[in-house]
Design a protein around this ligand. Sequence first.
Ligand SMILES: *Cc1c(COP(=O)(O)O)cnc(C)c1O
Length: 391
Amino acid sequence: MSKNLLFIPGPVTVAETVLGATARPLIDHRGPEFKALLESIERRLKPIFGTERAQILILGSSGTGGLEAAVGNLFGPGDRVLACPNGVFGDRLVAIARTFGCEVEVLDTPWGGAVDAAALRARLAAATGDARFDGVLLTHNETSTGAQNDLATLAEAVRGHGAYVVVDSVSGLAASEFRMDEWDFDVVVSASQKALAAPPGLTMVAVAPRAWQRIEANLTAQRFYFDLRKAREFAVLGQTPWTPPVSIVFGLDAALDEFERTGAAAVHERHARYARAIRAAGQALGLEAYSHDGAHSPTVVALRLPAGVDGDAIRRSLREGRGVVIGGGQKDLKGKIIRIGTMGDLTQTDVLGALGALEIALLEAGAPIHAGTGVQAALNVFLEAEQPAAV
Ligand SMILES: *Cc1c(COP(=O)(O)O)cnc(C)c1O
């Protein structure tokens, strides 16, 4: 079997303990063992979401299904929703809300940037009376551009308007501190295959008490498979309404063991450190970060390519020649950027190896780089992080 290092921003490299857990014999998904498993997972996810009061539902689906569940249960035809996209995944939330018949207004943010909290606050303040918004849609970490929003400031901007706030934290959760209760978010969505470092197949939808009232009262909502009322009914029994991907539930449980063994603070620090190292390497090689200063993501680094160098060709050379798999640009950014993820079971050595391979691929593509400077810059970040604290 050839060895591939997965540096795409999901699905990610999964630890062997996690892969091993997914190979366990299957169990009855309506039996006591599964009930205990589901309850343990919910209990252990709560601090990762930063919530005590929300209920965390585990659904068999990729992250997009979780987003559809959030929007489709809270909103319906004619509801006024303010979406705040800053990339492809934010646009997906817009599309979902439109599909459910919402009247969607878009607060535009240039790609690579973070949503401007003052602009959001001003738009909400201007929406009074019948123009008030029923919902606000936010993306925590925009995986397509490598930009991360500052949720604490956006939470402040939204506070008081009364809109239900849906947050896509599929590629953000577990890589940095998340405070759902403190930020007063109504529904937060994540998925198994990003920073939680399990295989794809599960989405987690955290629902605050206030949101339940709306979900119950939303009688025109179109929902069946993703009916959160049903999910809640079965969660009480320690079950899911429909057959879940049981093997992936085993995997998520083992991934949470890994998370707890390392500790949240160390996991957060690791993602930030890898992202800093990759950005430093990019800068040394003349590949500027696509994300703007102050908005850099800890889970994915998007780098612009030198003029005349095709990102898709670089990716092909890395994948086919060197066993390193990285992401490319999506939609308008196709071929123009590369995206390197920091999530999953990756070591510093893996990061240095991938950056070395990237240098070779760039050299072969005729990019004007100085070999070794990228790896050196990343190494400096790692060496600095290992310095013992000054006494
Ligand atoms: C990966 C991702 C999703 C979900 O994608 P799926 O392929 O449906 O799991 C949603 N939002 C963001 C920001 C993502 O990174």
